[in-house]
Ligand binder design. Structure first.
Ligand SMILES: *Cc1c(COP(=O)(O)O)cnc(C)c1O
Length: 356
């Protein structure tokens, strides 16, 4: 297959929003990357074209059975004016691991990275520059056979769209209140919990809506078998600082292998802080909270980087963490990762990939 990416530019550029007007996922840039898959040609016809809708038959498989995967990556305007990607290879390899789980043909990682770079280069004026803002990169693959039988599709579309996004924290680093649900579960062993696949998010909506109505920002999921061990929160991984130990649930196939989670683990080890990837029960969390040794709780994800948790509610018990204030480790991790992402600090890990 030829990896040469064809380019067809738009005739009419859109108006770009001001950095201060940006929210999440509402506006899209002028171009998109698209590539097709068929059994005889494999992945073929990689191209960049004007951003626009797809024309798909109502019987298209993805509409009915959800055979699809996606990723969420960010590009940042570095302080040297260069556009910087944070650990793109790690997101790309996760896309391929989601692909394997969903019977979707894998895509050559180098091709994905060069598609991302080329697309961003063409739409480079869309990368916002205020600290906290970024260009969100959404690669996705959808099943496109017009067919109603249940089986893996024979054809697919891979696309990448770009969206400038605002700072997650507009009024400072804000802790969130979390509801621990024992009514719904997100994933079970052997299921698709470790894949970034749309069905996981559709299945989470009702629990999140019920939590929101009760005044909580997110749901903390417990394991699907015992309803006992902590899994993750909303679209973030979760960390607990209990006494001298920082704990996060292990990657056993039911949670997403977050890139931010991995970065936090590496930084904590680098700083000489004791970290454990181990099962932690909700009872252990609440017991620590009740004897005042639950020092910090925070979520990790590409959108927020670090999302401190001020309150956890489970059945009829509620605990407030660190008097509702952001903990020092949460702050330190946030500052460290953000300063690496914007190139303010020298990157000793090889995490930053410059575009150009
Ligand atoms: C994307 C995602 C995460 C966080 O992953 P990052 O790579 O850190 O962005 C965690 N949990 C779920 C369910 C997710 O979809």
């Amino acid at each position: 297959m030829s990896n040469e990416i064809a380019v067809k530019k738009t005739m009419s550029l859109k108006t770009k929003p001001e950095d201060s007007e940006l929210v999440f996922g509402e506006v899209f840039t002028d171009h998109m990357f698209v590539m097709d898959y068929s059994p005889d040609k494999g992945w073929h016809n990689p191209r960049i074209e004007p951003y626009g809708p797809f024309y798909l038959d109502p019987s298209t498989m993805v509409f009915h059975y959800g055979q699809a995967i996606f990723e969420g990556i960010k590009a940042y305007k570095g302080i040297n004016g260069k556009i910087l990607l944070f650990r793109p290879q790690k997101y790309i390899s996760r896309l391929n691991s989601s692909a394997r789980r969903l019977c979707i043909p894998e895509v050559e990682p180098e091709l994905i990275l060069s598609a991302i770079k080329k697309l961003i280069n063409i739409d480079r004026d869309w990368v916002p520059s205020n600290r906290g803002t970024a260009l969100y990169i959404r690669p996705a693959i959808i099943a496109t056979d017009p067919y109603l039988g249940v089986r893996p599709s024979h054809t697919y579309i891979f696309f990448i769209i770009l969206s400038p996004v605002g700072a997650y924290y507009t009024e400072g680093f804000k802790p969130v209140r979390i509801l621990v649900t024992d009514k719904y579960v997100r994933a079970v062993p052997g299921g698709v919990g470790a894949a970034k696949t749309p069905g996981n998010y559709a299945a989470s909506l009702l629990a999140a809506e019920e939590a929101r109505k009760m005044g909580y920002t997110q749901v903390l999921w417990l394991d699907g078998v015992h309803h006992k061990f902590v899994e993750e929160v909303g679209t973030m991984n979760i960390f607990f600082r209990i006494g001298d130990e920082v704990i996060t649930p292990p990657l056993e196939g039911t949670i997403l292998a977050g890139v931010t989670r991995d970065s936090v683990l590496i930084l904590l080890k680098e700083w000489g802080i004791a970290v454990s990837e181990r099962r932690i029960s909700i009872d252990e969390v609440f017991a620590a909270g009740e004897r005042d040794s639950l020092l910090e709780v925070f979520g990790t994800g590409t959108a927020a980087v670090i999302s401190p948790v001020s309150e956890l509610s489970y059945k009829d018990r509620t605990i407030t963490i660190n008097d509702g204030q952001v903990g020092e480790l949460s702050k330190r991790l946030f500052e460290e990762i953000v300063s690496l992402q914007y190139g303010e600090k020298k990157d000793p890990f090889g995490w930053i990939v410059e575009i150009d």
